[in-house]
Design a protein around this ligand. Sequence first.
Ligand SMILES: Cc1cc2nc3c(=O)[nH]c(=O)nc-3n(C[C@H](O)[C@H](O)[C@H](O)COP(=O)(O)O)c2cc1C
Length: 200
Amino acid sequence: MHEQSLTVREAIIGRRSIKKFNGQPVDRDDLMRIIDDAVWAPNHQNREPWRLVVACGKEIFQLYKVLRDITIPKWKELSDEALDKQMQKFTTVGAFVFVIVPEDVRQKQRLEDFAAASTFIQNIQLLAWDYGIGSCWKTPDYLDSPVFRNAIGAKPGERIISMLQLGYFDELPKAVERKKAKEIVTIFGQFNEEEEKEIE
Ligand SMILES: Cc1cc2nc3c(=O)[nH]c(=O)nc-3n(C[C@H](O)[C@H](O)[C@H](O)COP(=O)(O)O)c2cc1C
């Protein structure tokens, strides 16, 4: 049941990427509600340039096999115990969401679609955070591999831009400090302030 209700600021500042989950499954209805809200992301020409492949119920066991075969090619040589240990980084995740965008041949549209899908992913992460669900946007190299693309059902002209892992967690990772506004902002017209200071 969804009870938390963070302000936008609390969600943005408080969200951390969660890389260690505790194994509690994510409820499919919760996930579908989160996605239903996340689609209100900005996107040029209302192209809604995203589709998702989700694994959070029984289907997650089939996905584990795909991830096992790709990430641990010699898994048959491992003991059950060693294999379980190596697979824990997947088996403790509550839900996987693969975000797929069209790769428009026109660069502008392609960049816009990637940008829009990124805001959509951030929406998912913030909404999930409000449910008490952590997440991490992952981009392992194998997302582009033909074997994995085939397993996910990515079609020619589509790109899997994120393996979003979601789930519950016991520990909140420490935040890495961010730069302050004054460090990244230039006031219009003051581009050469440093040079001017040097001349003085
Ligand atoms: C496009 C993108 C790709 C990322 N890929 C990975 C990844 O492959 N593995 C990973 O552990 N984290 C990945 N992250 C998460 C970042 O490591 C994380 O956002 C960053 O450390 C800042 O931490 P925070 O999200 O808790 O503020 C990715 C984030 C983005 C936006």
